[in-house]
Design a protein around this ligand. Structure first.
Ligand code: AR6
Length: 181
């Protein structure tokens, strides 16, 4: 337990390695594209695990802008909801990529709170097919999540999910460095 006023930041952000589709949390976040109708990477895995109703449901949402997010039921997933966010495609760093990535985490957390989500898991948005360099993307993720947790008490647990072993260790290091700040 943290002391009063500490808001327990350190214990509310956890890094895990594995497949996000297996997690039994209130919401998992999807690194989607603006159609919200599925794709490769984690998006493909989430759509396969949620079943075809996710795509049917998402058709009714009418897409999503880069940096924004939408919520859907989890259907066949162990998670209750899927929050789909659209990360920026890395174009060298001068096309507002940092700002848009930050907005993905912020908007996903805002939508989570509006929907009474207390436990939420994120993949490392934009770091696969969209090509955002992993270290800078992870720093933005951790920074934005900590800032949000400091201002919000309803989210109990945020899990950052690394797919590979290498990503797991690099995320762990970024989290511990960030906490010292
Ligand atoms: N669980 C957790 N993380 C995963 C999983 C999984 N099952 N599978 C992949 N990752 P990506 P993006 C990691 O490419 O870069 C799709 O086609 C992966 O190692 O899934 O935001 C969409 O439709 C990486 O660290 O998403 C879009 O068109 C991270 O998830 C586009 O890809 C994100 O990689 C989005 O690209």
């Amino acid at each position: 337990m943290g002391h009063p006023g500490s808001n327990n930041i350190g214990s509310r952000l956890e890094v895990q390695q594995g497949d996000i589709t297996q997690l039994q949390v209130d919401a998992i976040v999807n690194a989607a594209n603006s159609s919200l109708l599925g794709g490769g990477g984690v998006d493909g895995a989430i759509h396969r695990a949620a079943g075809p109703r996710l795509k049917e449901y998402n058709r009714t949402l009418g897409g999503c802008d880069t940096g924004d997010a939408r919520i859907s039921p989890g259907f066949d997933l162990p998670a209750r909801h899927v929050i789909s966010t659209v990360g920026p495609v890395w174009k060298g760093g001068q096309q507002k990529e940092d700002e848009l990535l930050k907005s993905c985490y912020k908007r996903s957390l805002e939508i989570a709170v509006q929907n009474h989500v207390r436990t939420i898991a994120f993949p490392c948005i934009s770091t696969g097919i969209y090509g955002f360099p992993f270290t800078s993307a992870s720093k933005i993720a951790v920074d934005t999540i900590y800032t949000f947790l400091r201002q919000n008490e309803t989210i109990e647990k945020v899990i950052l999910v690394a797919f590979s072993n290498e990503d797991f260790y690099s995320l762990k290091e970024i989290v511990s460095n960030q906490l010292k700040k």
